[in-house]
Write a protein that binds this ligand. Structure first.
Ligand SMILES: CC(C)(COP(=O)(O)OP(=O)(O)OC[C@H]1O[C@@H](n2cnc3c(N)ncnc32)[C@H](O)[C@@H]1OP(=O)(O)O)[C@@H](O)C(=O)NCCC(=O)NCCS
Length: 193
C-alpha cells in the first residue's frame, strides 16, 4: 500500500477513498447542516447533494488519486470504525495558479471534539513529509468561523480574501518552511503545567 493511502491519528483512521465509501458519503452530503458551508452558490438542491451528484464527486476524487497519488480520505473513528467524514489534499485551480488544497467535512454528530483539527494536522504532515509539497492552501467562506479556527489551529496563515464559486472566502496558506519552524518552536517550548 502506498505511504499516503492510510493515516492514523490518536482518534482517527483515514483511508484512501474507495467506491465502497459511496453510502457513507451520501449520508454526509444529504445533511443540510454539513452542506450549508460547502455547496457552491446557486446549487439547485440548496446545498445538499443528490446521490447521483455524490457518485460524480466520488468518481472525480477516485480519479484524482489515480492521477496524483494522493487525494481525499474516508475518515473513521479508530475505536468503532464509525464513519466520521472526509478530508485530505487535492489540487485546485485558483485563478491562474494550481494549488494543493486541504479540505475537510465531518458528520454533524462528530463536530466540536477537535477531530477536524486532528485530521487537518495529520494531512498537513503528510503533505510536507511524505509528498514533499512546498505549500498547502486552505479556504473557506468568510462566515465559516469554525473552519477558519481549524485552519489557524493547524498552523495556516491568513493570506487574503477572494471570491471562489461566486462567494466571499478567506484564503490561507502554510509553507513547508513555516510548518518546520513552528514544529521546532513547539519542541523547544516548555511543556504546559
Ligand atoms: C468546520 C468543521 C470541519 C469543524 O469540525 P470540528 O471537528 O468541529 O472542528 P474542531 O473541533 O477541530 O475545531 C473547531 C473550532 O472552531 C470553533 N468554533 C466552532 N464554531 C464556531 C463559531 N460559530 N464561531 C467561532 N468559532 C467556532 C471551536 O470552538 C473550535 O475552536 P477551539 O478549539 O479554539 O475552541 C465541521 O463543522 C464541518 O464539517 N462543517 C461542515 C463542512 C465544512 O464547513 N467544512 C469546511 C469547509 S472549508
Amino acid at each position: 500500500m502506498h505511504a499516503v493511502d492510510t493515516v492514523q491519528t490518536d482518534r482517527l483512521l483515514a483511508e484512501r477513498l474507495r467506491p465502497a465509501d459511496f453510502d457513507d458519503l451520501c449520508r454526509l452530503h444529504r445533511d443540510p447542516r454539513v452542506m450549508a458551508t460547502l455547496a457552491p452558490a446557486g446549487h439547485p438542491t440548496g446545498g445538499v447533494l443528490t446521490d447521483e451528484e455524490t457518485g460524480q464527486f466520488l468518481r472525480r476524487n477516485l480519479a484524482h488519486w489515480d492521477r496524483h497519488g494522493y487525494g481525499l480520505w474516508a475518515v473513521r473513528d479508530r475505536r468503532d470504525g464509525r464513519f466520521v467524514g472526509r478530508g485530505g489534499l487535492r489540487r485546485v485551480q485558483i485563478g491562474d495558479h494550481e494549488e494543493v488544497e486541504l479540505g475537510y467535512a465531518l458528520m454533524a454528530d462528530a463536530w466540536g471534539r477537535g477531530l477536524a483539527t486532528e485530521l487537518a494536522r495529520a494531512a498537513v504532515r503528510v503533505g510536507f513529509e511524505r509528498l514533499g509539497l512546498a505549500d498547502i492552501v486552505c479556504f473557506t467562506l468568510t462566515t465559516n468561523r469554525a473552519s477558519q479556527r481549524v485552519m489557524e489551529k493547524a498552523g495556516f496563515r491568513y493570506e487574503r480574501d477572494l471570491t471562489h464559486a461566486g462567494l466571499p472566502h478567506r484564503f490561507y496558506r502554510l509553507t513547508a518552511a513555516q510548518w518546520r519552524r513552528d514544529r521546532a518552536a513547539g519542541e523547544r517550548a516548555p511543556a504546559p503545567p
